[in-house]
Design a binder for this molecule. Structure first.
Ligand SMILES: N[C@@H](CCC(=O)N[C@@H](CS)C(=O)NCC(=O)O)C(=O)O
Length: 323
């Protein structure tokens, strides 16, 4: 027998109320229901330190599923900074909603402990990515937009192939793309997924696909070109972590599925080319993305069921030409 309508109505009211409480824990929203990313604890861009070339003096702390960490991981990879900066991959603890170290790091078991020992406000969120300085004994930067700039200025080891991701002559275009992508795409997918009401979702979703269409047109214009011009730049670096997660997590979980990426041929090919760059594939962890997003974002997926997705290999290979 179907439950009485009043019971259904009451249950829906209670569930909605509870959902809003849980969403507050996941991410704050403004008065219109738009998701608002919390301010980072160590946001100021430091100078390149005097011990930048000392092996292991600095540690880049990342998490496999985090797109903000992924952009820093990509600059570290592409500029071949491993001899100068060590990489530590933190593991998620979805039950407690925190990042942990599989081996104690500087005496800390959790990232939150490292934040506290670095002098962060006790209410600050302990997020990845974070750059830790062993000589200063603290986290020196945890804002990915600044971190990729710092890593791009970091002196490359003598063995590395020289690479500047802020190429002369593309500076204006790179910056314009970065600003637009940060709001409409990188944060945009979260603004879709974490929207508190229909209007907030509609705004975020429209802006997301408008920018993706513009990016598609930009890379489709000249074959082999990158987003802000002929050379690879930080604009490409920030677009990739969001686009590579699109089909596997953002479309099914955050509602970002209006246009499948294969319909944006320029971006489809651009993603293939970026994925093929040396070291990029090793920074991609599709199983971890799916497990962490579907498992950790309880208010969006209370059953914790991980949705099946296309194997990553099928998303980064060329489409067969139609006969
Ligand atoms: N402002 C940060 C945001 C990074 C961020 O939100 N990281 C998430 C993972 S994708 C995190 O560590 N969240 C843990 C928490 O909020 O407690 C950046 O861009 O670097």
């Amino acid at each position: 027998m179907a439950p009485p309508a009043t019971l259904v109505r009451t249950a829906r009211c209670l569930w909605t109320w509870q959902w809003l409480q849980l969403m507050d824990g996941l991410g704050p929203a403004d008065g219109d229901g738009n998701y608002r990313r919390p301010a980072p604890a160590f946001a100021e861009l430091p100078r390149v330190p005097h011990d930048a070339n000392t092996a292991d003096a600095h540690v880049l702390i990342v998490g496999r599923s985090c797109p903000w960490a992924h952009r820093a991981w990509l600059v570290w990879t592409l500029r071949q900074l491993a001899p100068a900066i060590a990489l530590v991959v933190a593991e998620p603890d979805p039950a407690a909603g925190r990042w942990c170290f599989s081996e104690p790091f500087e005496g800390c078991r959790t990232l939150a402990e490292l934040y506290r020992s670095s002098g962060a406000d006790p209410t600050a969120r302990a997020t990845v990515p974070a750059l830790y300085s062993r000589s200063q004994g603290r986290i020196v930067l945890n804002e990915s937009a600044r971190l990729i700039e710092l890593l791009n200025r970091w002196p490359q080891p003598p063995t590395a192939a020289p690479l500047n991701l802020e190429p002369q002559g593309q500076h204006g275009a790179t910056q314009r793309w970065r600003d637009e992508l940060q709001h409409n795409v990188n944060d945009g997918v979260y603004r879709c997924g974490f929207a508190r009401n229909q209007a907030a979702y509609d705004r975020a979703e429209a802006a997301l696909f408008a920018t993706l269409r513009r990016a598609d047109a930009a890379v489709a214009q000249k074959p082999g070109a990158w987003l802000s011009g002929p050379e690879l730049s930080l604009a490409d670096v920030v677009l990739f972590p969001t686009l590579i997660r699109l089909e596997l997590v953002y479309a099914p979980l955050f509602g970002c599925s209006r246009v499948p990426l294969w319909q944006l041929d320029g971006l489809w090919r651009w993603r293939q080319r970026f994925y093929a760059l040396e070291g990029v594939a090793a920074s991609c962890w599709p199983e971890a993305w799916q497990r962490d997003y579907f498992g950790a974002l309880f208010p969006l997926n209370p059953g914790g069921i991980v949705r099946a997705g296309a194997p990553l290999a099928t998303l980064v290979q060329g489409r067969p030409e139609r006969a």
